[in-house]
Design a protein around this ligand. Structure first.
Ligand code: ZN
Ligand code: ZN
Length: 157
């Protein structure tokens, strides 16, 4: 039970990590890694045709987040301290969620049509909130840095 709670807490904590890193690091001193993800902003064709299907420098962040997860998984299994592995699994599951929602459903970087067919109410709101992130009014107006949590008005739009 404790281990499952650790998994859930680390999963939710990763949303906080993603939000804060996106806001203060990716749109801060590592903008040089993130900016190619925004290169086609304001084309008003989101979410269908914004990115070319190729690697972005922004994908480096996946490696940055995968590394601590891999280390925790290996340490947990080799030291027989499974709590660490559960934290690693939580981080990994968040990474999968992010990839499926952000890269496949929103930006269509891999065409897996059944995932994009009939998104539910919550997924539709996530898409709208993240689409708003890609349509800033000016260079500093970005909003919705998180993925799973966002202002409730996106449920209504
Ligand atoms: Zn951004
Ligand atoms: Zn995006």
């Amino acid at each position: 039970m404790l281990n499952v709670s650790l998994l859930i807490i680390s999963y939710l904590f990763m949303e906080f990590v993603a939000w804060s890193n996106h806001k203060y690091i990716m749109h801060g001193f590592l903008w040089k890694w993130h900016k190619d993800h925004h290169r086609k902003d304001r084309q008003h064709t989101l979410p269908e045709k914004t990115e070319d299907k190729r690697f972005e420098k922004n994908d480096l962040f996946f490696l940055v987040y995968a590394l601590p997860a891999i280390i925790l998984l290996i340490l947990g299994f080799s030291l027989h301290y499974l709590a660490l592995s559960y934290i690693g699994v939580g981080i990994t599951l968040y990474g999968f969620t992010y990839f499926i929602i952000h890269d496949i459903i929103i930006h269509n970087r891999l065409t897996i049509s059944f995932l994009r067919k009939k998104p539910n109410y919550y997924i539709r709101a996530i898409v709208k909130a993240h689409t708003a992130h890609h349509l800033p009014k000016n260079k500093t107006d970005f909003q919705n840095y998180g993925l799973l949590f966002f202002p409730s008005r996106f449920f209504k739009i």
